[in-house]
Ligand binder design. Structure first.
Ligand code: C5J
Length: 236
C-alpha cells in the first residue's frame, strides 16, 4: 500500500505515506533513563521514562520491518562545552551540571557512556543518529538535510521528555511543514501531569501541532505499508 492510516489518532485519522515517513526517536539516553544517572540525581523517578522502552522497542521493530527509516537523536555537548551556552549550563540548581562527572561519565557529553542510547533501543547499522546541543532536534543539526534528502514529509515522534525535547522538536517540525504524529505511550515525562497535558496540547484545536495515537494503532498502520526495496534497509 502506498499509504496507510492510523484510524484512531486524535484529533482525526492520520495518513502514513510509504517512502515519506520516518520514525524519530528522541534522546532515549542512559543519562536520562538509567537508575543512578543524571535524571535521577535531579530527584526524578526514572521509571516514568523507562516505561517507554518496551512499547518503543516494538514500534522501532515494526518501523524497521516496514522499511520506515528510524532516526535517533541524542542531546549532548562537546567535551569543551563550547556548544553549551551559559544560559543552559547554569540554569536551575541541579545537584550536578552538564559536563560534571556523573555515575556514567561526564554528564551529557558526547562520547561518554551515559550520553549514549539505552541498550534496548540501540540504533542498528546504517540508522541515522543526530547529535543535538539543544532541546529541539532541528536546532544546530543536520536533521533538515537528512529529511529533505530522503523525501520525508511525515514524522512519527517518540522519546523523552514529552514536554521538553519532544515538544520542542514537534514545534520546530511544524514550522518547517512536517506532519507529526506523537506516539502517546512511546513518549515519557518525569511528571504525570506534564505527560497528559503535553499530549493534549499536540492534538488540541484541531491538531495545532499534529496528532497523537497509542503505538498499537501506529504499528497496525505500519504493517499495512508495503516496503519499497530502496527503503527496506531503513537507511537514509
Ligand atoms: C531534557 C530532554 N529534559 N531530552 N531533555 O533536558 O527532554
Amino acid at each position: 500500500m502506498s499509504e496507510s492510516y492510523v484510524s484512531g489518532a486524535s484529533p482525526t485519522p492520520f495518513t502514513v505515506p510509504a517512502g515519506k515517513t520516518a520514525l524519530l526517536v528522541i534522546d532515549m539516553q542512559r543519562d536520562f533513563l538509567l537508575p543512578g544517572g543524571f535524571g535521577e540525581s535531579l530527584g526524578n523517578d526514572v521509571n516514568m521514562l523507562r516505561s517507554v522502552i518496551e512499547p518503543l522497542a516494538a514500534l522501532i521493530a515494526a518501523a524497521r520491518e516496514s522499511g520506515v527509516p528510524v532516526i535517533h537523536t541524542r542531546e549532548g555537548h562537546l567535551p569543551d562545552l563550547s556548544d553549551c551556552p551559559p544560559a543552559k549550563l547554569n540554569r536551575g540548581m541541579p545537584s550536578q551540571r552538564i559536563g560534571d562527572p556523573g555515575e556514567f561519565g561526564r554528564i551529557l557529553i558526547r562520547g561518554e557512556y551515559g550520553h549514549d542510547i539505552v541498550d534496548e533501543l540501540a540504533p542498528i547499522d546504517g540508522e541515522t543518529v543526530i547529535d543535538k546541543p539543544g532541546k529541539g532536534a532541528f536546532y544546530a543539526t543536520e536533521l533538515t538535510e537528512v529529511l529533505e534528502d530522503a523525501g520525508i514529509t511525515t514524522l512519527l515522534v517518540t522519546g523523552v521528555t514529552t514536554e521538553v525535547c519532544v515538544h520542542t522538536t514537534v514545534r520546530e517540525a511544524n514550522d518547517r511543514g512536517y506532519e507529526c504524529l506523537v506516539v502517546s505511550d512511546c513518549v515519557g515525562s518525569y511528571f504525570p501531569e506534564f505527560q497528559r497535558v503535553g499530549l493534549d496540547m499536540i492534538a488540541a484545536q484541531g491538531g495545532i501541532f499534529g496528532w497523537t495515537s497509542p503505538s498499537d494503532d501506529v504499528i497496525d498502520a505500519l504493517r499495512e505499508l508495503t516496503p519499497s526495496p530502496a527503503l527496506h534497509t531503513n537507511r537514509i
